[in-house]
Design a protein around this ligand. Sequence first.
Ligand code: C6P
Length: 408
Amino acid sequence: MKTLQLNTEKIRKDFPILNRKANGKPLVYFDNAATSQTPQQVIDTIAHYYQNYNANIHRGVHFLSQEATDAYEQARIKIQKHFNIKVPHEVIFTSGTTHAINLVAHGFSSFLKEGDEILVSAMEHHSNIVPWQMLCERTGATLKVIPMDQNGELVMKDYHALLSKDAKLVFCNHVSNALGTINPIKEIIDAAHAVGARVLVDGAQAAPHIKADMQALDVDFYTVSAHKMCGPTGVGILYGKSEWLNKLPPYQGGGEMIAEVTFEKTTYADLPHKFEAGTPNIAGGIAFGAALDYMNAIGFDTIAQYEDELLQYATNKLKKIEGLKIYGEASKKAAVVSFNIQGIHPYDIGTILDKLGIAVRTGHHCAQPIMDFYGIPGTVRASFSFYNTKEEIDTLVEGVQRARNMLV
Ligand code: C6P
């Protein structure tokens, strides 16, 4: 494959935070799966909004309100195009993935009954487990788990065996936040559709690395958080097929989601407004559009290839450390390395790395069932982005080695 060029030196200049020191050491930021850093172009977009056209949207006839509405709706169209979504109203702005999943789970309350089955993968974030358990409690449906193996891959033959006429919904992440596994979602979606089940894919960890095509995937729902892909916190999207978004009831009642309100009866607005009650994160939505512009200018193929190089480099170097075990060795992985060193608690490694200026996440990563599967309290997770470098990985590897020497 032709090597695509990425000018990391130039790119890093766009991220002011990368010049910071942490505990007196140059910051090495490897907690990108928790939240990515924000380029100046996105920060400028937010500042420009507040300095020039801060106003509520869809409400005023005045100049500023119309300017803000246009910018917000243009961001929706950018998102639509990026994910190859058929029409803009299939893009619902939410506060993030958690909000998007809860919206769908709430909506399905009146579509499920006792005896129905919901299938959820063994490697989900709590956001893609707990709302479905709550849905089961409300409806009497049963939650079934698609198992995974020691490599951190879903056992697809078991998935196919679990699918029956009772299966109504299937939930799976596109990329696991704790293991980095890229799941075979097309196969998962097609098999679910063959028995009449609908599928929600949690794309929170995939969207920063993979440009997913909603129409090609034929997925029913897909969720994204902007803050994991160079955008601000507190904004994200739910993609849903019109057919289902029209059927599901509103999640919240309030301003902007109505057609007409009287004390006797309220009728609801059309999509997407039916699901967008109240004043949204306007600056955030517009800045999400700017983040997509920024990443698309670099190119998702280039990003994926470069991050894969970082992943291979880190994996090979870390594996040489005595007693180090990597959790999640799927054949297809995003740039996440989860590991432990025998006899050392992940928190202790994370604390020493922090003293060295290296930011990683330690713990269960909001995916406790994965930790239970491996019989561990948690892992140290280093997650890479396109602005990271091999030199930073060398610093991480030296830091982990140092932690081992101190703690073993
Ligand atoms: N994972 C991590 O460190 P929100 O918080 O709504 O933006 O995203 C929730 C979420 C849902 N699904 C997956 C696969 C995720 O990784 C996350 C967020 C962060 O791994 C914070 S817990």
